[in-house]
Design a protein around this ligand. Sequence first.
Ligand code: CO8
Length: 255
Amino acid sequence: MFIEITKKENYAILVLNRESSLNALNSEILQELRDQLKILNSDPKMRGFIITGKGNKAFCAGADIIEMKDMTPDEAEEFARKGHKTMNAISNSDLISIAAVNGYALGGGLELALACDLRIASSNAKFALPETGLGLVPGFGGTQRLPRIVGRGIALEMILTGELIDAEKALQIGLINYVFHIEELLPKAEEMMEKILNHKGKEAQKIAKWLVHSGSELPLTASLEREITSFASLFEKKEPKIGIEAFLKKEKPNF
Ligand code: CO8
């Protein structure tokens, strides 16, 4: 098993556990991640998950270079598709995801963090898309997700130079939201998850996540229209009633 899973009340912590290869993503670990997500998605108690890496050195050092070494174009396509399926399963899930980046997040490792909704990092974290230095391009979504998060200029610089950036720089460009000491990283990720989940509408958060992610694929007028109809659709659910009544009673809502 390459994924350690700990379930809390309404979220799970997934730890990439392949420390001897700096948690590199081989076919098995990609499949396992997807299988675990399927289980979490179908558990009605689950509302989010945190992904981190085993150890203090790496979140994930990328796709497994050894597995890629002798790939034919067909095998490479299959591997890239497998990676995309896993990354899409994360970003399309109704569950809220936080990447707690505890060291190197390189290549496919950074792409894994990019597929999550939010990213925080330890002060020793280092980020890069070094694929062009291997004669490759990012193949697990990096060419598309990175520019959507940090802008085209910074993304192209990272992709074309392949250079490492540190946690402070990652914070400055908006790649991550916070930097913490490594010992504090997981407790802070859990604190953040609890802040997100407690006393917030599940349906509302599911729709908010979908609106933000899917909106960037649409023209502005269409995505704004989608916001209106989604806003209205929530009034068919019981959540707005609970939330608004609690506000008026000066209480915390219990959805
Ligand atoms: N794959 C497999 N093994 C790895 C990887 C990796 N990506 N990264 C590190 N390892 C292994 C090393 O081979 C080493 O194993 P061993 O002990 O058996 O020699 C062990 O992990 C420890 O690594 P190092 O000895 O290299 O540790 P250092 O502290 O000297 O260096 C680095 C740490 C800087 C992180 C270094 O390991 C490194 O540069 N790793 C490779 C990073 C990289 O280039 N990642 C991008 C890979 S390409 C990619 O992710 C493309 C994604 C899309 C794929 C599309 C599919 C077709």
